[in-house]
Ligand binder design. Structure first.
Ligand code: FNR
Length: 393
């Protein structure tokens, strides 16, 4: 493990965030750290966890404490998987391969974004754990069919359909930092933004050594090859996924389908009716529609609506093991973590992701012991208190 992330001074995810902020250019850090518009939902996701209090059971000795769980039949060492995070290869050349490898080493799963710079076959081969593929309809159905066929043959065990991205959310930090210009081909347009890159020589050297801006290796349009990264905002605008598309996807993907990006009971029931094996309560980490509910607040409605028919996962704002425990108390089978591991990736590649997972695992076990609860499977509403203003069914 790299010394910086292994230092005794790195005790929580916020410490990894600080190291990431120093290592990568502001444009890359803000892309990772920021949210849509006024970033209200980004903040709310984290704040909601603070509003939930624990109700521990005291004077209980716990011998063995079980933090492992099962998600879609996979045994996971902790109730947290790595969420799809686009452009990971900009954060660190190891990108998606490094993150998937760290997840596998830690005994958990990884979800590969369509917006990925490494070939999906390499990502799968790099990990000992389960790997799922997250689909955007970038490049249309033909490109998607090609990716799904490759994913199936490589051994991806589930497909995640993200349904909260009819267009890309407006992340105001990105245009200010010149993200489009930096990813584009015009050297002239990059000039105003070069000081930011030059101020991070370590990152810049590894980025250039890695070949510069990566192509989207898993969005291959017949006759055109792998899509260029810079096309994304425009391509996403044509890539809305509808319930009708889900029917078509079910025909071309034989394995389980996970619908990610739901916030209401009605949408969750619709996903169940359309054949989803699991749903993810998610607002895309506050990066899409701003002012939507914090996901922790939306979770109980979805759990009640699906009534045990499918597994419910959630993501958004998870920065501590205690956050994971709170989500499980409100009915989630497991959480996905996005920024919590991406800060580690930006800080130190695979070692940083490993450190993030280690921190969270230790946190979850300690929290269970302090709560007087022997296993994550035994967590329920009785271990927490939620504010009266929350409508918890
Ligand atoms: C994301 N997210 C995301 N989701 C998705 O389905 N496909 C994607 O390509 C991406 N890309 C992406 C990039 C970055 C930099 C971030 C931070 C997030 C959303 C992600 O899967 C997850 O829903 C959130 O990250 C969860 O919130 P936290 O854990 O980051 O607070």
């Amino acid at each position: 493990m790299s010394p910086a992330v292994n230092s005794p001074h790195v005790v929580n995810i916020e410490d990894l965030r600080r190291i990431a902020q120093q290592r990568v250019p502001k444009a890359v850090f803000d892309y990772l750290d920021g949210g849509a518009e006024a970033e209200l939902t980004l903040l709310e996701n984290c704040r909601a966890f603070r509003e939930v209090i624990f109700r521990p059971r005291s004077a209980i000795a716990i011998g063995e404490c079980t933090v492992s769980t099962r998600v879609l039949g996979h045994e996971l060492s902790i109730p947290a998987m790595l969420a799809p995070v686009g452009y990971s290869r900009l954060m660190h050349p190891g990108g998606e391969v490094a993150a998937a490898r760290a997840a596998g080493e830690a005994g958990t799963g990884y979800i590969l974004s369509t917006i990925s710079g490494h070939k999906l076959e390499d990502v799968k081969a790099g990990s000992k754990g389960p790997v799922w593929y997250q689909l955007y309809l970038l490049g249309g159905r033909e490109a998607a069919e090609g990716a799904l066929d490759r994913a199936r043959r490589a051994g991806f065990s589930a497909l995640v359909i993200t349904v909260d991205t009819p267009v890309a959310g407006f992340r105001e930090r990105d245009p200010r930092n010149g993200m489009t210009e930096l990813l584009g081909t015009s050297v002239f347009a990059k000039i105003p933004y070069l000081p930011d890159l030059l101020a991070h020589p370590g990152w810049l050297a590894s980025f250039l050594f890695d070949g510069g801006v990566p192509r989207l290796e898993n969005v291959v349009t017949p006759g055109k090859g792998a899509m260029e990264l810079v096309d994304i905002a425009a391509a996403l605008a044509d890539a809305v996924v509808t319930w009708e598309d889900l029917r078509w996807i079910r025909e071309v993907w034989p394995g389980p389908i996970v619908v990610k990006g739901l916030l209401t009971g009605d949408d969750a029931r619709r996903a169940v009716d359309e054949g989803a094996a699991a749903v993810v309560v998610s607002n895309h980490g506050g990066r899409q529609l701003d002012s939507v509910s914090a996901t922790l607040r939306a979770l109980p409605e979805v759990v009640a609506a699906v009534n045990g028919q499918v597994e419910v996962l959630m993501d958004g704002g998870v920065r501590r093991g205690s956050d994971i425990v709170k989500a499980l108390c409100l009915g989630a089978r497991a959480v996905l973590i996005g920024r919590a591991y991406a800060y580690g990736l930006a800080a130190a590649g695979q070692a940083g992701v490993a450190r993030a997972l280690q921190i969270l695992r230790i946190d979850v076990e300690r929290t269970l012991r302090l709560l007087g609860c022997p296993s994550v499977a035994a967590l329920d509403r009785s271990y927490i208190g939620v504010p009266r203003s929350w409508c918890v069914p």
